[in-house]
Design a protein around this ligand. Structure first.
Ligand SMILES: Cc1ncc(COP(=O)(O)O)c(C=O)c1O
Length: 403
């Protein structure tokens, strides 16, 4: 487990977000390497038996075994904990590894979770298919409807799980209000902030207890690594998460951590560029007769536009829209774009387009999908860092091939 308070980084106190992106977490290297090297080893030698015993007992700092902790992974954990203004972080082999680590740490038999309805498909599957077998019950609700949420809270509710902005409906939940609600009922608030990234929002500063990410997305940003991370508000929660991850064995590999940390350094630059383009593309789409509606938090037509302005520092690079011609028109669009790539995942330097109902969210039963706004005609678009005009031209040429 990383801990902000234990950072030996000389730049640890840099104030600006972009400076912390570059410097936070970097350890001073004995040979002068400017970046944290890849410690590609499974285990660490002890100088003597007593040292090994001390490290296991926790009375002496130092590394033991890479599933437990590794210096390359630690550098990334320290950096993200710093960016999220949390206490400590645990990096995992995938975003779902982070979701599983957190939920297995915080939930037990006969306990209850309240979760965003339009949650990522595999998170729904983990809760609905797997945690249910161990006696965990769940309600999937609209987390923008506070009275509706209040109505499903029970004494056994231990976790409120919110994805904001949500994938793929772009719904925005009021983190501060939901944190208050969860705490009043004795539950913890976990926020999946993958769509926002620490650049756009910092849920722990708004009252959340744990924030997690699929770092596969904007944090890494280059579509070449799968990974996850969870950041805890305090040390006690951090210990619970670390313990869960170590026993599950879904640690992040050092090489993976090196790549993610390298990608993370340019998060601000990538996100600034991509979100500028996303706004222009969203406005362009909204004016097209072929498009029924566009969901982008930066548009005044977005139902939580005002909330987005106060909770987020920008509107991000993700948008979704519905073609007037429904599913068939959406399919045709995905088959005829040439610059955007037809692929799942998001948050990378390349623009991606996909169809949630038949791809990322196909595992959610059709009635649940409809209830949470994931219509069959909804298209998800992740804006990369290409020229905005080229992306618009690409969509425009695809629109001419709809019939
Ligand atoms: C919002 C969100 N959370 C979690 C995940 C799971 O992440 P991973 O694919 O890295 O396991 C995803 C993946 O798309 C996601 O979009």
């Amino acid at each position: 487990m990383s801990s902000n308070s234990q950072q030996s980084n000389s730049h640890g106190n840099c104030k600006g977000f972009a400076s912390r992106l570059v410097h936070a977490g970097n350890q001073k290297d004995p040979l002068g390497s400017v970046v944290t090297p890849i410690y590609q080893c499974s285990t660490f030698a002890f100088e003597c038996a007593q040292q090994g015993a001390n490290r296991f007992a926790g009375t002496e700092e130092g590394y033991i075994y890479t599933r437990i902790a590794n210096p390359t992974t630690r550098a990334l954990e320290d950096c993200v904990a710093n960016l999220e203004e949390g206490c400590c972080a645990v990096a995992t082999s995938s975003g779902m590894g982070a979701v599983a680590t957190v939920l297995l740490a915080l939930l037990g038999k006969d306990q209850h979770i309240v979760c965003t309805g339009s949650v990522y498909g595999a998170t729904f599957g983990l809760i609905h298919k797997h945690l249910s077998r161990f006696g965990v019950s769940a309600d999937f609700v609209d987390t923008t409807d506070l009275p509706g949420m209040e109505a499903v809270m029970r004494p056994s509710t231990k976790v409120v799980y919110v994805e904001t902005p949500s994938n793929p409906t772009m719904q925005i939940t009021d983190i501060r209000a939901v944190a208050d609600l969860a705490h009043r009922h004795g539950a913890l608030l976990v926020v999946d902030s993958t769509f926002g990234s620490p650049y756009l929002q910092r849920p722990l500063t708004l009252g959340a207890d744990v924030v997690l990410h699929s770092v596969t997305k904007s944090i890494n940003g280059h579509a070449d690594v799968v990974g996850g991370i969870a950041v805890a508000r305090d040390l006690a929660l951090g210990k619970q998460l670390t313990d869960s991850m170590r026993h599950l064995g879904c640690n992040m590999d050092p090489h993976q951590a090196f790549l993610v940390h390298r990608g993370l350094k340019t998060l601000a630059l990538r996100m600034q560029r991509a979100q500028e383009s996303a706004l222009v593309i969203a406005q362009w789409l909204e004016a097209r007769p072929e498009v029924a509606w566009v969901r982008y938090p930066g548009l005044p037509s977005h139902p939580q536009h005002e909330l987005a302005k106060t909770q987020m520092s920008g509107f991000g690079a993700m948008l979704s829209f519905e073609m007037r011609g429904g599913l068939e028109a959406g399919r045709r669009l995905m088959d005829t774009v040439q610059l955007a790539t037809l692929a799942v995942s998001l948050g990378g330097v390349e623009t991606l387009i996909e169809h949630p109902a038949s791809m990322t969210h196909a595992g959610i039963p059709a009635d649940e999908r409809q209830k949470s706004g994931i219509t069959d005609g909804l298209v998800r678009y992740s804006v990369g860092i290409e020229d905005a005009q080229d992306l618009i031209n690409d969509l425009a040429q695809a629109f001419t091939k709809l019939d």
